[in-house]
Design a protein around this ligand. Structure first.
Ligand code: 4NP
Length: 176
């Protein structure tokens, strides 16, 4: 899915693409998104072209590793999630080109925090990048779910992060 707002992030040729994934707790969905995109970037030998991080709108788990269930499901797919939880901060709008909330609640909180309309235009929901899972318009919170919830998160993120990588790579190439 190519969306209009992807034409406008201030991406520059020869500058790294800086992406921040955001969820509520920063122990399940957003650190998984960070791990999935990092692995896609590594597979494509593009690590020097990307800065990838994650954060939470909440402050319940600051300093923690990702949830043990999320880490176990990710590990089965070859991903080691080593992020330490942190809370999103208005400064992140200076630091990152694209800020990617997992659901509508995260998106609302980010929009309220954005220091300016230009900063707000950096917010692009994860679901905008889905190509396969048209049934889902967000990444569902798996925290109170069983194994299927964690597997669904990883399936959605694999699809969305691949499209995010392809789309933003093409976007920067267009700017040569
Ligand atoms: P996340 O999941 O937003 O995907 O990291 C959650 C993790 C923890 C909580 C809620 C959601 N919590 O309420 O502690």
């Amino acid at each position: 899915m190519i969306i209009d707002s992807l034409k406008y992030p201030p991406l520059r040729h020869n500058a790294p693409i800086k992406v921040l994934f955001v969820c509520l707790g920063n122990i399940c969905r957003s650190p998984a998104a960070e791990g999935v995109l990092k692995s896609i970037v590594e597979e494509n030998n593009a690590t020097e072209k990307w800065v990838i991080d994650s954060a939470g709108t909440g402050n319940y788990h600051i300093g923690d590793l990702p949830d043990s269930r999320m880490r176990a499901h990710a590990r089965r797919r070859g991903l080691e999630l080593t992020h330490r939880c942190r809370q999103v901060h208005p400064c992140d709008f200076d630091e990152f080109d694209i800020i990617v909330p997992m659901d509508a609640s995260n998106e609302r909180n980010l929009r309220a925090m954005a220091p300016s309309p230009e900063d707000e235009s950096k917010i692009i929901p994860m679901a905008k990048f889905f190509t396969l899972a048209t049934r889902h318009d967000h990444v569902p919170d798996p925290y109170y779910e069983g194994a299927e919830g964690f597997e669904l998160v990883l399936d959605l993120l694999q699809d969305g992060c691949q499209n995010l990588f392809d789309t933003l790579t093409a976007e920067t190439l267009d700017k040569v």
